[in-house]
Design a protein around this ligand. Structure first.
Ligand code: HEM
Length: 353
């Protein structure tokens, strides 16, 4: 009896985890033909038509906010995601890099080797193997061709690490930080981040995890376990987590702090009526270890879901509860940190209407 219940439980958990991998539609021929047993082997999506892949739907709204690591196992194959937004997103990233330059990408001397490894790994190994209908190697592996954008890049790493980071930024939608372990903790040594959610990415390079998270309320509750966990990440044993926030515009580039406005005044009446411009912003974050330099890669893809869409799904009250639950959990400072005083009142009213 107990064994039966355990098996049932496990199969439910497995089903839930599998159905959460939305990057590939469940019944589509784009699914990998068979799962690999080699943890570093990439399962190819041989017939993928990226234009037909709907963006994944993450709905991590809980009634009370607790700051936790909440990591789940992930596979190396799922490091990079693509969907119907791919071309628009990478085109936007190219514009953001040309406009904002060193604000959105950079590398310390101690990060050069990790950037070189990441560049070659993604352009030469990962992307052409995982997405053969989008990326192909040419000239005996010396050139990487992006069939979607028409761009070609050498698979040999450019001498300038910033150039390598720019190419990565406009090839994948994921923002990335590379960290190296030091006696004091893990330090960010390189980044490309075109879609920051209320922080200046360039201000984080050179900093330790605890310094990076200095503005995050109650970070001390998870900081020490994060450091321990980062030290133990194994090659091929990727993990993932999600976060969420609310924003009252559709911009992906949010460099200014979301808790910056000092007034507690709620949104102006006109903004209140334009909820078509309000979004839940969710990041799918992954952590993995590069095998040669052993740097930790923190990579995240940003999703925007309109509040109207969430309401249509019947999730309005659940999202409103989650917003109000920001102040009732183990990190009540999240209410201010996430900028809730500016928008929570009209947003919750709209979500519950
Ligand atoms: C287990 C891993 C991690 C956890 C649990 C975590 C947790 C958090 C939390 C709770 C926040 C507050 C905003 C939110 O709700 O997301 C945050 C913000 C942030 N995290 Fe992390 N984080 C992790 C890894 C990293 C890594 C590796 C970086 C690398 C640079 C990073 C960079 C940031 C930045 C830049 C912010 C915004 C800070 C600001 O407001 O200035 N995080 N993180």
């Amino acid at each position: 009896m107990a064994l039966g219940a355990a098996v049932l439980c496990l199969s439910v958990v497995y089903t839930l985890m599998s159905s959460n991998r939305h990057n590939v539609p469940v019944s589509s021929p784009q699914r990998p033909e068979k799962q690999s047993k080699d943890p570093l082997k990439i399962d190819p999506l041989n017939d993928l038509d990226w234009r037909a892949v709907e963006p994944a739907k993450y709905r991590p709204f809980k009634p009370i906010y607790h700051i936790t690591m909440a990591l789940k196992a992930d596979t190396p194959s799922e490091l990079i995601t693509v969907d119907t937004d791919y071309l628009d997103r990478v085109s936007l990233r190219r514009q953001i890099i040309s406009q904002h330059g060193a604000l959105v990408h950079g590398c310390l001397p101690s990060g050069v080797e990790a950037v070189r490894e990441l560049y070659h790994f993604l352009l030469h190994d990962h992307l052409p193997a995982r997405f053969p209908t989008m990326f192909q190697l040419r000239d005996q592996g010396r050139q990487f061709e992006n069939l979607v954008t028409g761009q070609t890049f050498p698979t040999d790493v450019p001498d300038d690490p910033a150039a390598a980071l720019r190419i990565l930024s406009e090839t994948v939608e994921e923002d990335m930080f590379l960290l190296v372990g030091e006696p004091e903790g893990h330090r960010a040594v390189a980044f490309q981040c075109c879609f920051p959610s209320g922080f200046d990415p360039s201000s984080k390079v050179g900093k330790l995890l605890k310094e990076i998270h200095a503005p995050v309320p109650s970070y001390d509750k998870i900081g020490p376990s994060m450091e321990r966990f980062f030290g133990k990440i194994e090659v091929g044993k990727n993990v993932k987590r999600t976060n969420w926030g609310i924003q009252t515009d559709g911009n992906l580039f949010h460099y200014e702090r979301h808790d910056e406005p000092t007034s507690d005044a709620p949104l102006a009446a006109e903004a209140e009526t334009d909820m078509s411009q309000a979004y839940a912003r969710i990041e799918l974050q992954t952590l993995s270890r590069l095998p040669k330099t052993r740097a930790v890669l923190f990579s995240f893809k940003t999703y925007l879901y309109s509040l109207r869409q969430l309401k249509e799904e019947g999730l309005g009250p659940q999202v409103a509860d989650a917003i109000e639950g920001l102040k009732t959990g183990n990190a009540p400072g999240m209410w201010n940190y996430k900028g809730a005083p500016q928008w929570a009142e009209p947003v919750c009213r709209y979500l519950r209407a």
